[in-house]
Write a protein that binds this ligand. Structure first.
Ligand code: C2E
Ligand code: MG
Length: 479
């Protein structure tokens, strides 16, 4: 630009005097120098600029790589995360073309891991997770890939001959997984539950395959087993349960639940002595959903609390009305294992006794034997409190769960069933307890039980569960 500005002087004057020529030469020299200096500066600037750009590009690439790494890896264990393991699984699926090979995907959940890491604190928790990641990686890395998909879930997949993809083989693989992790010199024992799914048997893409392994994990946890292979039928059940959950909530809101009563007879006198309240859910089309189906759904969700509240409120109101009307029976109501884990139940029951004006000794609470097995200490604590409040209690389904008396009848001994019944009745009587026999469907069974000294009988032989009005009529006729 400087050189160009000098040019007009050249065109303005046509006189080439020596002085002027000197000036002109000087000016041209000056302009050339300036231009050269400018070029030098420009070249230097370009060089610097290129260097900067190159450095920044490298930095940007590094950031990008880091971001890509972070997007595909778990920051604690450095193992692939969900997206990362899905990418690897997708590649493995694409490469698995042999007919006699399958890919096994295992969703491994470390039980109680979150509680343990909670105790260890954040730093200790991360350390434990890294130790777990390393141990699992060392074990699984020799034949497959490992990733961490959730805080307490690891996913492994590997290729294996089709005939090796049996639950037995997989169990053996899992048995080899290390379970003890040294932390600050003291070993931490972890249990794991695993759900597995197979390519191509259960799904043909990584996303679905992982989802099905996760589904199988839920199935394993739900049935308290260490490992489950994905099962389509269980999936259907799962879907049905989920649907039921929504419908049950709706049914409660829309008051479509009913409380029916099944008579309990004094076997010796043949008179009615009590009744068991049984929940009924009537669908809009008039059909019933059996409680055996919807109560587990309520139990596995928060719904069990409002459901029990509904049952108990309805129950106490009905008992108060019938006792006031002279139906002086003992009325039983079922409590689920989940209810016993809820300390509020004591307060709720006390409040209901008062508001309904019912005496606790007229009420029998049925607690299932299996809830004792699940949490014996909690069960005993609760039973003691309920007893102190004056409630009678009965152990429901006795002999079918924890005590496994039902297995005894499989002994290769004649008449073992009758012997078990007789001894159980004697045992109960020796302990000062009364025995209720449920599920009496024939006069013959009723007679045998009566002869064995059984106190109370309940079953279709006497009556099914009845709506309140029908029950009251039945009770008046057999009182
Ligand atoms: P459960 O407490 O053992 O109740 C007895 C079940 O046996 C009832 O089934 C009853 O209809 C059935 N039953 C009675 N007599 C006979 C018979 O002679 N033959 C046969 N085959 N069955 C008979 P239901 O009403 O389907 O209830 C199933 C279970 O659901 C109950 O077993 C109880 O554990 C639970 N349940 C019912 N209502 C409630 C409730 O309000 N709350 C809670 N927590 N559980 C409930
Ligand atoms: Mg019962």
């Amino acid at each position: 630009a400087l050189a160009w500005m000098a040019a007009p002087q050249l065109t303005e004057s046509w006189e080439f005097s020596p002085v002027y020529r000197t000036h002109l030469l000087g000016a041209m020299l000056w302009a050339t120098c300036i231009a050269a200096a400018f070029n030098l500066v420009r070249a230097r600037f370009m060089l610097l600029l290129n260097e900067r750009v190159a450095a920044n590009t490298a930095k940007a690439r590094e950031y990008l790589e880091k971001l890509q790494y972070l997007a595909l890896h778990d920051s604690v264990t450095a193992l692939p995360n969900r997206a990362g393991i899905l990418q690897q699984l997708e590649a493995a699926i694409a490469g698995c073309t042999a007919d006699n090979e399958v890919i096994v995907v295992m969703d491994i959940r470390l039980e109680r891991l979150l509680e343990i890491t909670n105790i260890l604190g954040e730093r200790g928790g991360d350390e434990l997770l890294r130790a777990i990641g390393e141990a699992l990686g060392e074990h699984i890395g020799s034949f497959g890939r490992l990733g961490r998909t959730r805080p307490d879930e690891f996913v492994a997949f590997f290729r294996t001959p089709r005939q090796n993809a049996t639950p037995r083989h997989l169990e053996r693989t899992l048995e080899e997984i290390p379970l003890i992790f040294p932390m600050n010199d003291f070993p931490i024992h972890l249990e794991h539950t695993t759900g597995s799914a197979l390519y191509p048997t259960h799904a043909d893409n990584a996303e679905d395959l992982l989802r099905k392994a996760e589904q199988a994990l839920l199935q394993a946890r739900g049935s308290h087993v260490a490992m489950a292979m994905y099962d389509d039928r269980l999936d259907q059940l799962f879907i049905r349960r989920n649907r039921l959950f929504g419908q049950l909530r709706e049914a409660m809101n829309e008051d479509r639940l009913e409380l029916w009563f099944q008579p309990q007879m004094d076997l010796q006198s043949g008179r009615i002595i009590g009744a068991e309240a049984l929940a009924r859910w009537r669908k809009p089309d008039g059909s019933f959903v059996p409680p055996g189906e919807f109560i587990p759904v309520a139990e596995q969700s928060g719904l069990i609390k409002p459901f029990t509240q509904w049952v108990l409120t309805r129950f106490f109101r009905q008992v108060a009305a019938w006792r006031a009307a002279g139906l002086d029976l003992h009325y039983s109501v079922n409590l689920s294992a989940r209810n016993l884990a809820d300390p509020d139940i004591i307060v709720d029951l006390a409040a209901l006794l008062v508001s309904a004006g019912v005496k606790a000794q007229h009420v029998v609470l049925e607690l299932t034997e299996s809830s004792f097995a699940e949490q014996p200490e909690q069960f005993m604590g609760m039973a003691t409190q309920l007893n102190a409040m004056g409630f009678r209690q009965s152990i429901d389904d006795f002999g079918t769960g924890y005590s496994s008396l039902s297995y005894l009848k499989d002994l290769p001994v004649d008449e073992s069933s009758a012997a078990i019944v007789k001894s159980t009745i004697q045992l109960a009587h020796n302990l000062g307890l009364k025995v209720v026999a449920e599920g009496i469907e024939s006069a013959e069974v009723a007679a045998v039980l009566k002869a064995a000294g059984c106190d109370i009988g309940q079953g279709f032989h006497f009556s099914k569960g009845l709506p309140p009005d029908e029950f009251a009529a039945f009770a008046r006729a057999t009182l």
